[in-house]
Design a protein around this ligand. Structure first.
Ligand code: NAD
Length: 255
C-alpha cells in the first residue's frame, strides 16, 4: 500500500525545486496535494503534469496573512482536512557581508522565510487540530544549524524556524501534530545556482566546485533525495519523530 494513501498535503514553494519534487512523490504515494507559490505559470504547469484529480494550486505569497488564510481555506474547501503541511517556501536573499547587506533584502528574507513559516503554522495548526492531528515539516537548512559567511539573514532565518519548530512540537504534541525540520544542503535547484552566482559573479562553476568539494559525498543532493526524507516525515512511519532537525547534507554536518 502507498505510504500517503488518502492524505491531504499542502506544499508551499510547490512550483519548483524541492517542493515540486515532493509533490511528485506525494502523488505517487497516494496523497492529494495543494501547491502554493508565487509563480502562477509554474503552478499551472505542475498541476497539468500531476493531474487535476491529484493536485490543485493557489497563487499566494506566504508572507501575507490574507493570502495564507486563502490557501488554507482552499485546502479545507476542497478536501475538508489537512494531514500534511510541508512549510517549505523560501528565498536565499543576496550574498553580502553583514556590513554591506541591504536592509530591504534582510527584511524580505525574514518576511518570506520566518514570517511565512510562522503564518502557515498559525493557520494550519487549528485546522489539523479539528481533524485529529497531522505532520508539519518545515524546510530549514544546514544553515539553520551552522553559520555561513555572506548570507547572515538567510542563516538567521533558517535558525529561527528551528526555534519555531521546537516550540510548535512541544505545543502540538498533545494535539497529535508532529513538527520537524529538514535541514538540507546543498541541493541542485535554482536556489543553489543563485547562491553560486552570488559567491562567484561571472564564474559560478568555480563556486559550485568549491561547495561540492566541501561535501563529504563530493556532490550536490537532488530534490528527489530530499523528497524521500519529507515523505518519511509526512508518513506514519515517522510516528515517534517530533521536535527534531533532520540534516540531509551529504555528511556536511559531521564536520
Ligand atoms: P527554489 O527556488 O527552486 O524553490 C523555492 C520556491 O519557493 C519557488 O518555487 C518560489 O517561487 C517559491 N517562493 C519564493 N518566495 C515565495 C513566497 N513569498 N510565497 C510563496 N512561494 C514562494 O529553491 P529550493 O531549493 O527548492 O528551496 C526550497 C526550500 O529549501 C527553501 O526554503 C530553501 O531555503 C530550502 N533549502 C534549499 C537548499 C538548496 O541547496 N537548494 C538548501 C537548504 C535549504
Amino acid at each position: 500500500m502507498a505510504r500517503l494513501t488518502g492524505k491531504i498535503a499542502i506544499i508551499t514553494g510547490g512550483a519548483a525545486g524541492i517542493g515540486l519534487a515532493t509533490a511528485r512523490l506525494f502523488k505517487a504515494e497516494g496523497a492529494k496535494v495543494l501547491l502554493v507559490d508565487v509563480q502562477q505559470d509554474a503552478l499551472a504547469a505542475a498541476v497539468a503534469e500531476l493531474g487535476e484529480s491529484h493536485a490543485s494550486a493557489v497563487v499566494a505569497d506566504v508572507s501575507d496573512p490574507p493570502q495564507v488564510n486563502a490557501y488554507v481555506k482552499a485546502a479545507l474547501d476542497r478536501h475538508g482536512r489537512i494531514d500534511v503541511f510541508f512549510n517549505n517556501a523560501g528565498i536565499e536573499g543576496s550574498v553580502h557581508s553583514i556590513v554591506d547587506y541591504p536592509l530591504a533584502m534582510f527584511d524580505r528574507v525574514m518576511a518570506v522565510n520566518v514570517r511565512g513559516v510562522w503564518l502557515g503554522m498559525q493557520a494550519v495548526i487549528p485546522a489539523m487540530t479539528k481533524t485529529g492531528g497531522g505532520s508539519i515539516i518545515i524546510t530549514s537548512s544546514l544553515g539553520g544549524l551552522k553559520g555561513m559567511p555572506k548570507m547572515a539573514p538567510y542563516i538567521a532565518a533558517k535558525h529561527a524556524v528551528v526555534g519555531i519548530m521546537r516550540s510548535a512540537a512541544l505545543e502540538c504534541a498533545p494535539l497529535n501534530i508532529r513538527v520537524n525540520t529538514i535541514n538540507p544542503s546543498p541541493i541542485a535547484t535554482r536556489m543553489i545556482a543563485a547562491i553560486e552566482a552570488g559567491y562567484a559573479p561571472g564564474a559560478p562553476d568555480k563556486a559550485k566546485a568549491r561547495i561540492a568539494a566541501g561535501v563529504p559525498l563530493r556532490r550536490y543532493g537532488t530534490p528527489e533525495e530530499v523528497a524521500q526524507l519529507v515523505l518519511f516525515l509526512a508518513s506514519d512511519e515517522s510516528s515517534y519523530c517530533t521536535g527534531t532537525t533532520f540534516p540531509i547534507d551529504g555528511g556536511m554536518s559531521a564536520a
